[in-house]
Design a protein around this ligand. Structure first.
Ligand code: MG
Length: 254
């Protein structure tokens, strides 16, 4: 079942989304050569707690016996999503890093990710970051009351492929708000007019993952980190949006 949030809940999600955008922006601004993943993880968690929230990814999946050990997902270069923010992961000049952060605020959940360059990066690094960001914007533009889930994936895939990239198909976006992951699944590919119909009050996390090479991804032995199968670069952007009569309202924005 796809839940519909009340106006009061949307208001809280808007507040939480603003906090999340601020925390993630501050964290991303510290992503420089020589900085470790663990440092940024500690910073993100501290900023979330100072703002009165809780990091919703920390200990996520504990029932499986392998809880996520940090607050911040930290995915470098060919890592697609869910990279673990360990001490030994140190950023280098020329890397790109995906930072994904979840917030629980006043009982409600928002989710956001960005990919940023570390120091000076090459042209292909800039191009994949820009493409992933714009493919998310294309997906957001397709989301409105009466549209279909498939319209979002169609828009994301069309833009990314037009720029010569592939979209990850094994991993998808999702509903969000009452919990970290809710129905529906939101693929980053698809056909217009297919899948569930969007209604005002639905809250969704759209999150294209764009690869330089093939779309296939593999899970590392740590049980969390997804990597491109062919070792090519990957970039990820995510916003939490609320579907409205007129279009989509982005929650995770300053
Ligand atoms: Mg997400």
């Amino acid at each position: 079942m796809i839940t519909i949030k009340t106006e009061g809940e949307i208001k809280v999600l808007r507040e939480g989304g603003k906090i999340l955008a601020s925390v993630l922006g501050e964290t991303a601004s510290r992503a420089k050569p020589g900085v470790s993943a663990a440092e940024l993880d500690v910073l993100a968690e501290k900023l979330i707690k100072e703002a009165g929230g809780e990091p919703s990814f920390k200990d996520y999946g504990g029932d499986s016996g392998n809880p996520f050990p940090g607050s911040l997902c930290f995915s470098v270069n060919d890592e697609v999503v869910h990279g673990i923010p360990s001490e030994g992961k140190i950023l280098k000049e020329g890397d790109i890093v995906g930072l994904d952060l979840g917030l629980k605020y006043k009982g409600l959940f928002t989710d956001m990710a960005i990919t940023v360059p570390v120091g000076r990066v090459g042209e292909k690094e800039m191009k994949i970051i820009e493409t992933a960001k714009k493919s998310l914007n294309a997906g957001i533009a397709a989301a409105k009351d009466g549209a279909f889930i498939g319209d979002i994936g169609f828009a994301v895939q069309k833009y990314a492929e037009s720029r010569g990239f592939s979209v990850v198909k094994k991993l998808v976006g999702h509903g969000v708000g009452y919990s970290v992951h809710e129905e529906p699944e939101i693929p980053n590919y698809g056909k217009k007019g297919t899948g569930a119909r969007l209604k005002a009050g639905m809250v969704l996390a759209l999150e294209p993952m764009i690869n330089e090479g093939g779309d296939d991804v593999v899970l590392e032995k740590d049980g969390w980190t997804w990597r491109t199968k062919d070792g090519s670069l990957s970039a990820h952007f995510e916003h939490t949006i609320a579907v409205t009569k007129k279009g989509a309202e982005v929650m995770t924005i300053l």
